[in-house]
Design a protein. Structure first.
Length: 193
């Protein structure tokens, strides 16, 4: 896709350019778009063989739809219901954000076997690297044979990659369903690295 006259670029220091582009998608009223945004309107999933496939990318942040500023996913889907002929979607495309999201979303096959995939959930591979002067700051609990993140201290390592409510499926490819086992595996693997 090439840049058009309405496209703009912003260069942040030490980063790839952030581009604002407008994508036109021909569609009929009620056609599914095939792109799923999160609460910040950043695309987290593009379904293959849908209207968005090849046009909208994971990591794109939706700004407007047919000129209307999009507030949240519900507003976006509501606006889509009334699209006739084509959807003109303005997105902020940040290559760094896209690469990070692809890295999180692309879970190796040997790790996927530890995940019971459910619709509506985003799965990612988190790599925890200890940093001098920073605490891990992670609190976990177990609930119904799951280990859940219960606390992420602000400014900690865990605060950068996890959020409260995340489900820890495995640690070092070992399935975890108990917080004590999970904690032991985390401590052991962090001490070894």
């Amino acid at each position: 896709m090439s840049a058009g006259p309405n496209d703009s670029f912003e260069l942040k220091e030490g980063c790839a350019p952030v581009k604002t582009i407008t994508i036109t998608i021909p569609m009929e009223e009620g056609d599914p778009i095939g792109a799923t945004p999160n609460e910040r309107m950043v695309i987290v999933k593009v379904q293959p063989n849908t209207l968005s496939d090849g046009k909208i990318q994971i990591g794109d942040k939706i700004l407007t739809l047919n000129g209307a500023i999009v507030k949240d996913p519900n507003h976006f889907y509501n606006l889509l219901r009334f699209v006739r002929n084509e959807a003109s979607i303005t997105v902020e495309r940040d290559d760094n954000r896209s690469q990070k999201m692809h890295g999180k979303i692309m879970i190796p096959a040997d790790r996927m076997r530890n995940i019971q995939n459910r619709d509506g959930y985003l799965y990612f591979l988190a790599t925890v690297n200890l940093q001098e002067g920073k605490k891990l700051g992670l609190g976990i609990r177990h609930f119904q044979n799951r280990v859940l993140v219960s606390k992420c201290e602000p400014g900690s390592i865990s605060d950068e990659i996890l959020k409260i409510g995340d489900h820890v499926c495995d640690v070092q490819q070992i399935v975890v369903t108990d917080k004590d086992v999970c904690r032991r595996l985390l401590v052991t693997s962090l001490q070894e690295s």
